[in-house]
Design a protein around this ligand. Structure first.
Ligand code: ADP
Ligand code: ZN
Length: 743
């Protein structure tokens, strides 16, 4: 039997330590067990990540001091996943281990909650001599004690705290009764249930529409195979994807297997969770960041002990200890929030596919606008594709009108925030007592310069991404190839002399809006006004109940909201997100416009979308208007193939940060030249340049971008250089594999 355990301890050291397993614990300690080990002069908690018969350190090994809990906390498949993550994303293994186990479960002191419960001892008779003796001379009960006994007669047993409240007494008379043998007080576990008191009407499966049935059939067929695969479910907003997930989960349960459902944090609303709980009841456990630590701990253990077979949550729910999952669903699979922005920088969508592979389970990726990575995987034959292009209620998709803001500026002599068309449409809806959503596309990053008149933005001729404006040096820079340009004196397109940072605030727009329609009730929703969870819900409730006419907001309002009385969606400055120095700018814009458009016309009345843009003919905007997902993909994939961008390559972004710009730049330079001497020729290395976001939180940022068809050809040399290269203490270096944000 293996007598040596490999342990990672919870401090940042990228290595394992060998410990001897003491004889009484042989067989108890497994891969994934949480243990206590002597470390230097302390005792630390750690996780067993491997077992072995021998150790290179031989006799000097220290012994494991103890094991926490009986069952290994991390199931073997999840442990394998942690190793894969550490390796693929170039992260220390203990970061990966920390990620797969929520802190509410992992940390010292994490435990089940208990309470004291009082029960009547039926056997004991109160007039008994024994009882009498203990209580002294008086064998009769005091008034308080009578009350207590009477309450317990009615209820059988009751938590001590409730009993005290009901009887209006302190603990002491209950303790006296216990001494007399009349009652017993025991400790029992209480479940911290995040849904306590919420009664749901159980929902029955819908009879499926034709397209839904075909999708379900395909998913179930995959689940029934020995080697299930990955299915991309491309379903337009309102096509009923959730119902397909629900019935596929039922199929997993029928097979005696479990399921995991991932949704982006922002759509993990009570309504979403309720749809699953209404179908499957307590079989569903929720892992949500707004649960208390105690609730999360208990929900997690309900999964671990098999009581709950379905885990639903944001990104990290992927690691829920569901045993034998038969299905993993990733809803809105294109969402960038599936990528974690700290180490390990994993993408839950991609890791989900890996978990499916390790557990022999089917993975469904769902979206109205699948990522080009996933679409490409379909074309390459790695994923199956199924489509639902009809809305369940057969309502047509809203019509989209694109307003050319250049013409508008010409007509009016100067640029305006609102076009005449949009203003007129808003007045119409207000007259008809219908509601309006105005969406300000602010995903854009104001590091590009834009001509106020014609919307011109400078692009790198070689790389097809926006040049980044560097203010201090007053020059334009491409962060892919390093090309530099002077800021033009006049707009190269229309000769206007005014270049400005692209971008305007919601606050300014709100002011203008209030002048345009003084009677309308306007609410603004962005990260400035939405401090705290309640703020978000309050505004949405007021909008839902018709107390707000116009909802103005950023990304926050783009998804998932379903308001039947909204008949107009306006998009301000649709091109802003096109001018980020990122080759995914077109894809993001297409996705955003499609998602936002999905907010209009969810009810009886038809909806309309008005999009304001300086570049109305841009393919991303045109494709969104024409509802032409395939056309957009074909064109954008062609552009990416030519330039060797993902999905035709993998991308790794190295970022160096520090307060001393000269030092950061020189570290980046030295690192880059060391790296280029060991990189294979198949890796394309960009020169070190200031990041588009050149300075954040007082730290200067420099980047080196790597691209290659095989991740490991980049990560192995990077690791190698990292291990030999001494990065000064005041400079940090992060590695982001398959980076989604290039800022
Ligand atoms: P999606 O997630 O694809 O945008 P939803 O799953 O939210 O779409 O479905 C939209 C609406 O249609 C929901 O209110 C849902 O309850 C309803 N629905 C889904 N499938 C059916 C069906 N087969 N019959 C009737 N209503 C359905
Ligand atoms: Zn370039």
């Amino acid at each position: 039997m293996a007598s040596v355990a490999k342990v990672v301890v919870e401090i940042s050291l990228d290595r394992e330590f060998d410990y001897r397993i003491p004889v009484p614990l042989l067989g108890t300690i497994k891969v994934g067990s949480q243990v206590v080990v002597p470390f230097k002069s302390r005792e630390l908690r750690g996780f067993v990540v491997g077992l072995s018969d021998h150790s290179a350190f031989g006799e000097q090994l220290k012994e494991i001091a103890g094991v926490v809990g009986e069952k290994a906390l991390i199931p073997p498949a999840v442990m394998k996943l942690a190793y894969w993550i550490a390796d693929y994303y170039c992260a220390p293994i203990e970061h990966a281990v920390r990620t797969v186990l929520p802190s509410a479960v992992r940390k010292r002191g994490a435990q089940h909650k208990t309470q004291l419960v009082v029960a009547l001892n039926v056997a004991a008779s109160l007039s008994d001599d024994a009882a009498g003796r203990d209580a002294g001379a008086a064998s009769t009960l005091s008034a308080k004690q009578e009350t207590i006994v009477e309450i317990l007669r009615q209820h059988g047993s009751m938590p001590l705290s409730d009993l005290k409240e009901r009887a209006g007494c302190s603990e002491s008379p209950v303790r006296t009764l216990e001494k007399r043998g009349a009652v017993r007080i025991e400790e029992s576990t209480v479940l911290r249930d995040p849904h306590a008191g919420v009664e749901l009407i159980r929902s029955k499966p819908f009879g499926l529409m034709k397209e839904q049935q075909a999708a379900l059939d395909l998913v179930c067929a995959s689940m029934d195979r020995d080697k299930p695969g990955t299915v991309l479910l491309h379903g337009v907003t309102g096509s009923g994807k959730t119902e397909v997930y629900l019935q596929a989960i039922q199929h997993a349960l029928d097979q005696g297997r479990g399921a995991i459902v991932l949704v982006p944090e922002i759509s993990l609303t009570p309504q979403t969770v309720d749809r699953f709980r209404a179908r499957f009841g307590d079989c569903v456990a929720v892992l949500h960041s707004s649960l208390s630590d105690g609730e999360r701990h208990d929900e997690w253990h309900r999964i671990r002990n098999g009581e709950a077979r379905i885990a639903i949550g944001a990104r990290s729910a992927l690691f829920a200890p569901v045993e034998r999952p038969g299905l993993v669903v990733v809803d809105e699979e294109h969402e960038p929030t599936y990528k974690q922005d700290e180490s390990p920088r994993y993408n839950a969508r991609d890791v989900a596919v890996m978990r499916g592979h390790l557990e022999n389970c089917c993975v469904v990726l769902g979206s109205a606008t699948p990522s080009l990575e996933s679409f490409h995987n379909v074309r390459e034959g790695r994923y199956e594709l199924v489509r639902m292009l009809q809305r369940v209620d057969d309502r047509s998709m809203p019509l989209m009108r694109v307003v050319d803001m250049r013409l508008e500026a010409e007509k009016e002599g100067r640029p305006h925030i609102f076009s005449a068309e949009l203003v007129e449409a808003i007045y119409d809806r207000l007259d008809a007592r219908e509601q309006v959503i105005l969406f300000l596309n602010r995903r854009g990053f104001s590091s590009s310069l834009q001509c106020e008149r014609c919307g011109f933005v400078a692009e790198c001729a070689a790389c097809s991404i926006s040049m980044t404006y560097h203010k201090r040096a007053h020059k334009l820079l491409c962060h892919v190839c390093g090309a530099e340009e002077k800021v033009p004196e006049r707009c190269p397109d229309c000769s206007d002399p005014a270049f400005k940072y692209a971008g305007m605030g919601t606050e300014r727009i709100e002011e203008v809006l209030e002048k345009l329609c003084p009677k309308a009730r306007v609410a603004r929703m962005d990260s400035d006004t939405m401090r705290g969870k309640d703020a978000y819900r309050t505004v949405l409730d007021r909008f839902r109940t018709g107390k707000i006419d116009i909802l103005l907001g950023t990304q926050m309002i783009a998804k998932g909201l379903d308001f039947p009385n909204v008949t107009l969606v306006g998009v301000l400055h649709a091109d802003l997100s096109l001018h980020v120095p990122d080759f995914r700018a077109g894809e993001r814009t297409f996705q955003l416009l499609t998602q936002v458009a999905g907010r209009a016309g969810r009810g009886e009345k038809a909806g309309e979308v008005i999009v304001q843009a300086y570049t109305p003919h841009h393919p991303a905007i045109q494709a969104a208007q024409d509802l032409d997902y395939d056309g957009f993909c074909t064109q954008d994939l062609e552009f990416r193939r030519e330039l060797g961008y993902p999905p035709f390559s993998h991308l790794a972004l190295l970022t160096f940060k520090g307060a001393d710009e000269g030092l950061v730049a020189s570290v980046a330079d030295r690192f880059a030249s060391l790296l280029s001497s060991v990189l294979p020729s198949s890796v394309v290395q960009s020169p070190p340049v200031p990041a588009p976001l050149a300075r954040a939180k007082g730290l200067y940022r420099y980047q080196v971008m790597l691209r290659c068809g095989h991740t490991v050809k980049m990560t192995k040399p990077v690791r190698h250089v990292l291990s030999s290269f001494k990065v000064p203490k005041t400079v940090s270096c992060t590695v982001d594999v398959d980076a989604l944000s290039l800022l």
